[in-house]
Write a protein that binds this ligand. Structure first.
Ligand code: FES
Ligand code: FES
Length: 945
């Protein structure tokens, strides 16, 4: 049944015809107002916020039959337009309020609702408002949004002008090292940026919609899949099962280490013989509408022989566990770390030794945009995939055999992306699209809902870390031993054995430890597959070493900051993998932190009460800037006929600011030409026209793309340069037959050396980023609930390319650190499928008081002295929170997240006069020393897979 009514939308009366059961969000979007985004569809994220009759509401949960006739509706399109920006929109641009931007329209509409009623709010009132309206953001850490509202309010009150607020590039300067807004900001703040879901709903007729039939069991033998009912459902064009896949149906999970006992080919694209994790895909339905596709997918039936589900790596590596992937041991990769001399004797004789077992949970990425993609045949007999992905070029390599399409017939294009943080290193959505477009020969699109997005996406692998640290009487570290296990879930995803390498590098990083012995292991389980996540491999590692650093300092009787100061890297010291660093910023970063730390301790001392315990915690973190050793990147630059430059790159933009980085780098690299920013055009992320710039991973993009940009710019400017030092015009180049397009290359060869798999010693990354984290917390003694009051970071990313982007990366990573420390987890894949259930941090969970101070030590090998940025802020902020909880209460958290019940149990035990035990080492399938001896006596030779 349909209805019609008149709504006043953005000050215009419009007669609309609608389904009363549909939501206001969908109805507005069907009117073309796709600035109203849809994410959770459950009233939990606020990206669909509109103003209805003066009130901010979440339009995804507002049924049309509850919207009165003649209602006044304001969407982002009614707030302002590119030619007539509202102060909120301009303020959002200059404060970096839009990173991925998927939340931006909802936030701005919500903020307008606030300023319409309260023109002079305090920061806390702004935060209260966004909390009340559930305006969620995963990228920014919320501080930029509050800054944006405060400045927009000043404009609206007439205290400053729009011109005062706008970014202005000082005459004669390049964009490099400024706070210039990102090129895509205007589209994002006006709601005109089309993300995957917007693109899909604007497609021509004839596109098939895909529905996925998922297994609702975590481990089973698959006996049969029955699609007969689904095939008869309305609108169904085709139902595909494993039998219909024309390739091998095996996704290549890319293993690298010769010690990996798996070939990485365990994953069936469509389940054929086994179900290895909840949500495995049984069938793809292609139908005329999304609703029909979903309904038919629900009608697919399967018969199973249920098997015991190993939902925890410790169970999966037990001796009696059956192989999840028959023929491959669950514990499929083990490696040793051998640095310096033997540690056993040192541990026995050292003046001070501490040890413990630490666990970091399966952190969900919690991006607000559910996964969406589109695929269609192209004119040359190939296929085009438009999607969100952090490494477009890897997709064909990983899925081509599975779907039976040669890699060079697959063209990958990146859609504007609503955040990723590592979640879109997986090629599975893209493989499903390719299988469907090949089988049907028609354009197909796929739109996951938030539940699917939650159970059918990779997660941060859980880490069980046993670790022991020894120091001499003066507090200098002598040795470390560890034995760790990553539970990588059901599948490889290209991130399994590289994760062990990360564990070796980051456990103990920042501290000079001359002697290290350890074993790193990785296993399969039946939980969600492990994948990349910001600061990949380091939060688990630092949880062990930075907790133990505090424990050791206490045992020695030293201040934890000073303990780190005497032990951190200086010239002549080596890091965990035995290499020296190119720069040594840690001592200065600690010096910068010291006065802030002393002030924080004083605040905590003064404000601590028996009911509200205050504490301060410190941690060190560092991360690399390249994609392992021997990283490469390319960009192209072209002189255009009007004298402008086109910069072509495959710098994947998930919202982190690839556009801002590419623009700033190009502007700086072409500085001799005196170009204005508007004379530089960016072409990004289409494998048919942009070169290989590599993955958005490992804080590598700015470093690698920057070096390639400088190389390309120099080549072009060398070609343009006349003998008198002036530059040829485009016409002069053409007249003299000089090419106008050049490829810039970058490589870490000569700056890096791969780790030896027998010792994990090497120098795989040319440079690193560094940070000292400090958290100030308040713990409610009655409930055990922790509130983070303030976070401080002193950090060194080298010379900063775009300060707005780096600020944003820092704030966002710190907020994710709060979530990691206190609330986020993915425990039950059948249940934990909403933002709330997975512990999403809202604005009031994250401190507004975030202080960041940069040291900009130029990197000798970096572009214009820069390193990278994205990972550092999530390396170890959670450990500073855990250390602060200990400082506040005396309760040490060994297993994250530090939920109120865990903290309260400790507080109560202490009140009873009990001594809290140190969490013992996990048993990981064999004893560390035996395993270490076994690995040492069987050295591996030969190349990686
Ligand atoms: Fe509406 Fe999340 S609150 S999409
Ligand atoms: Fe807020 Fe990405 S900018 S979710």
């Amino acid at each position: 049944m349909l209805k019609k009514m008149v709504l006043n939308i953005n000050n215009v009366d419009r007669m609309i015809t609608f389904d009363p059961e549909d939501t206001l969000a969908n109805t507005l979007r069907k009117l073309g107002l796709t600035g109203t985004k849809v994410g959770c569809e459950a009233g939990q994220c606020g990206i669909c916020s509109v103003i209805l009759n003066g009130k901010v509401i979440r339009s995804c949960v507002k049924k049309m039959d509850k919207v009165p006739e003649n209602s006044l509706v304001t969407t982002i399109e009614g707030v302002g337009t590119p030619g007539h920006l509202h102060p909120l929109q301009l303020s959002w641009m200059v404060h970096g309020g839009a990173q991925c931007g998927i939340c931006t329209p909802g936030f701005i509409v919500s903020a307008k609702g606030l300023l319409d009623t309260n023109p002079d709010p305090t920061r806390e009132e702004v935060r209260d408002w966004f909390q009340k309206h559930r305006n969620a953001c995963r990228c920014t850490g919320y501080k930029p949004q509050v800054d944006s509202v405060m400045d927009a309010a000043r404009v609206l009150r007439g205290e400053i002008s729009m011109d005062d607020l706008a970014f202005k590039l000082p005459e004669g300067q390049t964009l490099y090292n400024t706070k210039s807004p990102k090129p895509t900001a205007l589209a994002k703040v006006t709601g005109l940026c089309d993300y995957g879901a917007d693109i899909n709903m604007k497609l021509p007729d004839g596109v098939l919609h895909l529905g996925l039939a998922h297994a609702r069991i975590s481990h089973a033998n698959l006996l049969s899949v029955d699609t007969s009912e689904a095939e008869k459902m309305p609108g169904v064009y085709r139902v595909l099962t494993a039998r219909d896949i024309e390739g091998t149906n095996r996704v290549n999970g890319l293993t690298f280490s010769p010690t990996n006992k798996s070939d990485g080919l365990e994953r069936a694209l469509l389940a054929d013989t086994k179900i290895c994790q909840y949500g495995d895909v049984l069938a793809i339905v292609a139908a005329d509408t999304e609703a029909h596709a979903r309904a038919a997918a629900d009608a697919v039936k399967a018969e199973y022989e249920p098997l015991y589900a190993y939902m925890n790596g410790l169970e999966a590596v037990a001796e009696d566990a059956v192989e999840i992937h028959p023929g491959t041991p669950n514990l499929y990769c083990e490696m040793p770390c051998i640095k310096g001399g033997e540690t056993g004797g040192i541990m026995e004789k050292a003046a001070h030794v501490v040890e413990g077992g630490f666990y970091v949970q399966r952190q969900p990425h919690l991006v607000l945009e559910p996964d969406v993609g589109l695929a269609y045949p192209d004119a040359d007999g190939g296929f085009v995939v438009q999607c969100k992905h952090q490494f477009l070029q890897a997709v064909p390599l990983m899925v081509a055999d599975a779907v039976g399409i040669e890699p060079d017939r697959i063209r990958m294009i990146l859609n504007p992306a609503g955040g990723s943080f590592g979640s879109k290193m997986s090629p599975i959505t893209e493989a499903l699209l390719l299988a469907a477009v090949k089988a049907t020969g028609k354009p197909v699109c796929l739109h996951m809902d938030y539940a699917q997005q939650s159970f059918f996406s990779g997660k941060r692998s859980t880490g069980f870390f046993n670790c022991r640290l020894a120091a001499d009487e003066k507090g200098y570290l002598q040795a470390m031993e560890y034995d760790f296990l990553f539970d990588h879930g059901a599948y490889h995803d290209g991130t399994s054995d590289p994760l062990i390498e990360k564990g070796f590098r980051w456990c103990g990083a920042g501290l000079y430890i001359p002697n290290i012995r350890g074993v790193g292991r990785i296993c399969a389980s039946n939980h969600a597959w492990g994948t990349a996540f910001r600061a990949f491999g380091s939060p688990q590692s630092y949880m062990a070493s930075e907790s133990l650093a505090d424990m050791l300092a206490e045992k020695i009787g030293m201040d934890p900051l000073e303990f780190r100061y005497i032990n951190t890297y200086r010239p002549g010291t080596t890091m965990t993998s035995g290499c020296e660093m190119d720069v040594h910023p840690f001592p200065t970063l600690i010096d910068m932190m010291r006065p802030k730390y002393k002030a924080a301790l004083e605040r905590a001392r003064k404000e601590d009460t028996p009911e509200k315990r205050r504490g301060v915690g410190i941690s060190l973190g560092m991360y690399d800037c390249s994609f392992a050793a021997h990283d490469t990147a390319e960009i192209d630059v072209e002189l255009n006929s009007d004298g402008s430059i086109t910069h072509y790159s495959g710098w994947h933009d998930m919202g982190q600011g690839a556009d801002a980085g590419a623009m700033a780098l190009a502007h700086k690299a072409f500085e001799p030409l005196g170009l204005k920013p508007e004379n530089i055009r960016l072409v990004m992320n289409d494998t048919a026209i942009t070169p290989f710039t590599g993955a958005a991973a490992g804080s590598r993009s700015h470093y690698m793309a920057g070096k390639a940009t400088i190389d390309g710019a120099n080549k072009l400017m060398d070609a343009m340069r006349k003998p008198d030092g002036t530059y040829r015009t485009y016409q002069e180049m053409v007249d003299e037959n000089i090419p106008v397009k050049y490829r810039g290359n970058a490589s870490t060869v000569g700056y890096s050396e791969a780790c030896d798999y027998n010792t994990m010693q090497g120098d795989p990354n040319p440079t690193h980023t560094y940070g000292v984290f400090m958290s100030e917390v308040e713990v409610d003694a009655a409930t055990g609930k922790t509130k983070v009051l303030k976070m401080t970071l002193t950090a060194d990313f080298g010379v900063i390319g775009n300060k707005l982007a780096v600020d944003g990366q820092v704030y966002g990573g710190l907020a994710q650190g709060v979530g990691l420390a206190l609330s986020e987890d993915f425990v039950d894949p059948s249940r934990d499928v909403t933002l709330k259930a997975q512990g999403f941090p809202y604005i009031k969970d994250v401190p507004d008081d975030i202080e960041v101070e940069y040291l900009e030590t130029p990197r000798p090998s970096g572009p214009f002295g820069s390193a990278g940025c994205a990972e550092l802020s999530l390396t170890s902020p959670h450990v500073s929170i855990v250390n602060a909880i200990y400082n506040a209460t005396g309760v040490r958290i060994f297993e994250l997240p530090a939920t109120p019940d865990k903290v309260l149990d400790g507080i109560k035990a202490l009140e009873r006069g009990e001594k809290l035990p140190v969490h013992e080492w996990y048993y990981l399938g064999s004893e560390m020393n035996e395993k270490l001896e076994e690995l040492r006596s069987n050295p591996v030779v030969g190349p990686a897979h």
